[in-house]
Ligand binder design. Structure first.
Ligand code: UT7
Length: 334
């Protein structure tokens, strides 16, 4: 397909506090060996108390703005993707807008969890294709560590998740001849799996939404049916990639870099094997950050760019899977 939207700047920010598997061993019934074998994670970042998702997102946004060499006053729309907003409402889009001093441009929050970045990228691409906006700031940010269950019940997710943020600036492709930019995006969902990966509370059964025994119920912690998530993630991401390649009449050999959502390194390796793509083409950084949900793809993208791994005209394929279930893919000619 024709590329109309380019990513002209990227940035990421992770909080400075490094939490190794050995640190987790002190507070959870777990082991470094279990976490490395099951998920390929060695360490992750945890935000300090008082530091919220909008704070990390703001820092990542500043870096993307600097990288794009634009005046922030020229940004005409903000999209923010997160599953861990600072507040139940409003979302973090308006909070980042306020920090950047960008009133009164629109600020949209996307709540598609691990697929949030690609869903948001798709929205941004449509707005730019429609010529509605010319400089969109997309921020994906998560602080998971403030709401993890460090008891046996929640240790599967407590060892997986980390905090971090990534941001990109999107602008129209002014030189259409090169066909560089977002070629296509593909979004999927299956709401039959809502409770396989969710935070149940608050729920419609609760009136008031926050009853007095809210804390005792522990329903406000994320819960996961790990095996079902693992199986579906390993199948659906390759399917989404195949559909994206077919749409653009590309083959797997045309792909220079695959950036899967960093859910679990074993899932990334299974996706690579399923697609028969050489593992050297798969960008993986979960060993250092854990699963940062919506933020994992833009963090990996920014790192790969800054390391010089991604070059002009490279075909970059993104894919994600997560809570909902939702899953997605995108093809970008860099
Ligand atoms: O971002 C998208 C969302 N998340 C994902 O994509 C994650 C998908 N799922 C997974 O990655 C895997 O299911 C996990 C890594 C979370 C778990 O791996 P698993 O191979 O599915 O393990 P399991 O849940 O079947 O648990 C195996 C054992 C259990 O003990 P028993 O019943 O065999 O005695 C668990 O209680 O491992 C135990 N266990 C742990 N042990 C040490 C579960 N969590 C831990 C832990 N440390 N943190």
């Amino acid at each position: 397909m024709k590329a109309e939207t380019k990513i002209t700047g990227t940035g990421h920010y992770v909080p400075p506090k490094v939490i190794t598997n050995f640190d987790l061993e002190k507070i959870i019934e777990t082991s470094d060996e279990w976490i490395r074998q099951r998920a390929g994670i060695k360490e992750r970042r945890f935000a300090d108390s008082g530091v919220g998702t909008s704070d990390l997102g703001y820092q990542a946004a500043l870096k993307a703005i600097e990288d794009a060499q634009i005046d922030k006053a020229d940004i005409d729309f903000i999209i923010a993707a997160t599953l861990s907003p600072d507040h139940y409402f409003p979302g973090i889009g308006v909070m980042i807008q306020e920090r950047l001093g960008l009133a009164t441009i629109g600020a949209l929050d996307v709540r598609n969890q691990c697929s949030g970045f690609i869903y948001a990228l798709s929205i941004a691409d449509q707005y730019i294709r429609a010529k509605t906006y010319k400089k969109i700031l997309l921020v994906a940010s998560e602080v998971q560590s403030h709401n993890l269950d460090f008891s046996d019940e929640g240790r599967d997710l407590a060892v997986l998740f980390g905090d971090g943020a990534g941001a990109v600036i999107l602008e129209p492709n002014s030189t259409h001849e090169d066909n560089r930019g977002i070629l296509s995006t593909h979004l999927f969902a299956d709401g039959r799996h809502i409770s396989d990966l969710w935070m149940e509370k608050p729920s419609p059964n609760d009136k008031p939404v926050f009853p007095e025994d809210f804390l005792d119920q522990k329903g406000y912690f994320p819960r996961m049916n790990g095996k079902t998530v693992f199986k579906n993630a390993s199948e659906k991401m390759p399917q989404a990639v195949r559909e994206a390649l077919e749409t653009n009449q590309l083959t797997i050999d045309d792909v220079d870099h695959l950036i899967p959502h960093q859910a679990n390194d074993r899932i990334s390796l299974m996706v690579a094997r399923n697609l028969r793509i050489p593992v050297e083409k798969v960008i993986r950084n979960i060993d250092r950050y854990g699963n940062t949900t919506a933020a994992s793809i833009p963090i990996a993208l920014d790192e790969a760019l800054k390391q010089g791994r991604i070059k002009n005209n490279d075909i970059v394929v993104l894919t994600a899977f997560g809570s909902g279930f939702t899953w997605a893919s995108a093809v970008i000619r860099w």
